[in-house]
Design a protein around this ligand. Structure first.
Ligand SMILES: *Cc1c(COP(=O)(O)O)cnc(C)c1O
Length: 410
């Protein structure tokens, strides 16, 4: 497929929420009125300067935006090619990009008069961001989490509880993120009147993928003016690189540049032990097929019978079994390229970044960085790469220690 007939990549989705043949709203009849009401309210908020002003104020004073655009001088010298910039979204409050979106959705929930926020979470990052903003506004917060994940992610479960959230372990199905998403949707239908469902990535039924992308687009919008400030007016990045779980940090960086054809766009999926290893990876675009999950049509990890497979990655935050529908579309039209980095490659990039830049990155952006280390040496010195440093690595030090054979006690 090619994208020659597409005039603008930035106008999507269409009215039914489709990006090409992806996206849409595959939900039960009982959910439909909720989705339509949400869409109506979001459209109104989007055009209300008071909503934007409230976002801007909290982004600045609560989250700490704008995040810096940082020239990684030693990494650039070490790789000996392209000039590498890092967008420092790991410096946001709560240590990742997730809060950009949560803040937007919760301000919308308040506008809609909702008092109870529900969310689902895998590794717990989205749950922590949601519990944080709920505490800030005194809203009730219920987080659905696969029972298996509750055990694996004890520190994030405790964080959510400290912040006043109720964590509900999901034992239905196989007790994974996918089952937690189903239970959250069920809760939403049952408690329509007071409840808002806060989704953590560019997935779910329309309007969620577009709405989450819009809230995360602050990342790319800042990069546009910050790079011009540092490299001269009008200077655009040559290549953008970001890690893909569901795809929200990547969509946030990419979207403001989709209609600039000189900007190459690369998404990096979690290759786990290698994409040939069938299920021991989490690369939906590189190793999956289209299907329907979480209310939208997109590329998914699935077996021959269409059963959703559980992804595998060293990085818990990349284990979403699908990918946002807009990425599926950018993939098929060729506007963006999708590659993967393995656990071992991410681990090597993680250590390189610690030593050369004094930044302990999360394992998720370490996948993006791993790809940067592959391409930068062959690019000229005037080629500018911007990679999204979407999370800090404090949460990952125990995982890294285990892989390096170091015993931590604490
Ligand atoms: C959750 C998370 C991701 C994956 O989610 P996306 O929607 O793909 O951005 C990546 N990095 C970090 C640090 C995360 O917390």
């Amino acid at each position: 497929m090619d994208g020659d007939h597409i005039n603008s990549y930035m106008t999507g989705p269409d009215e039914s929420g489709r990006f090409g043949s992806f996206g849409g709203r595959f939900v039960s009849e009982t959910l439909m009125p909720l989705i339509l009401e949400l869409e109506r309210q979001y459209e109104a908020a989007k055009h209300d300067p008071a909503f934007a002003a409230e976002m801007d104020d909290l982004w600045k004073h609560y989250v700490g935006r704008p995040s810096p655009l940082y020239f990684a001088e030693r990494l650039t010298a070490h790789l000996g090619g392209a000039k590498i910039y890092m967008k420092r979204d790991e410096l946001n409050h709560t240590g990742a990009h997730k809060i950009n979106n949560v803040l937007g959705q919760i301000l919308l929930a308040r506008r809609m008069g909702k008092t109870r926020i529900i969310a689902e979470t895998g590794a717990g990052q989205h749950g922590v961001a949601t519990a944080t903003v709920c505490a800030r506004f005194g809203l009730q917060c219920v987080v659905y989490m696969g029972a298996h994940d509750v055990e694996r992610q004890a520190p994030n479960v405790f964080r959510m509880k400290l912040l006043g959230a109720e964590v509900v372990p999901v034992t239905s199905g196989r007790g994974t993120l996918k089952d937690a998403m189903n239970d959250a949707m069920r809760d939403w239908v049952t408690n329509v009147r007071d409840t808002f469902y806060c989704i953590g990535t560019v997935a779910g039924p329309h309007p969620y993928p577009a709405m989450v992308r819009d809230f995360q687009s602050i990342i790319g919008q800042e990069v546009r003016w910050q790079l011009a400030e540092q490299e001269g007016a009008g200077r655009l990045p040559d290549t953008l690189v970001a890690a893909i779980g569901g795809g929200s940090n990547a969509m946030g960086l990419f979207h403001p540049f989709l209609d600039d054809p000189s900007v190459a766009i690369i998404g990096v999926e979690a290759g786990g032990k290698g994409v040939d290893s069938r299920v021991e990876h989490c690369a939906s675009l590189s190793g999956g097929r289209p299907g329907v999950l979480h209310g939208n049509r997109t590329y998914l990890l699935q077996d021959g019978d269409g059963q959703i497979l559980e992804g595998f990655s060293i990085s818990a935050g990349l284990d979403y079994p699908g990918v946002g529908p807009e990425h599926a579309w950018l993939h098929d039209t060729g506007r963006a390229r999708y590659v993967y980095a393995t656990d071992a490659e991410a681990l090597a990039a993680f250590q390189l970044c610690c030593r050369l830049e004094g930044i302990i990155p999360a394992l998720e952006p370490s996948h993006a960085l791993a790809h940067v280390t592959k391409i930068a040496p062959d690019l000229p010195a005037d080629h500018i790469i911007v990679m999204n440093m979407c999370g800090r690595g404090d949460k990952d030090i125990f995982t890294v220690a285990r892989h390096l054979g170091v015993e931590l006690t604490g």
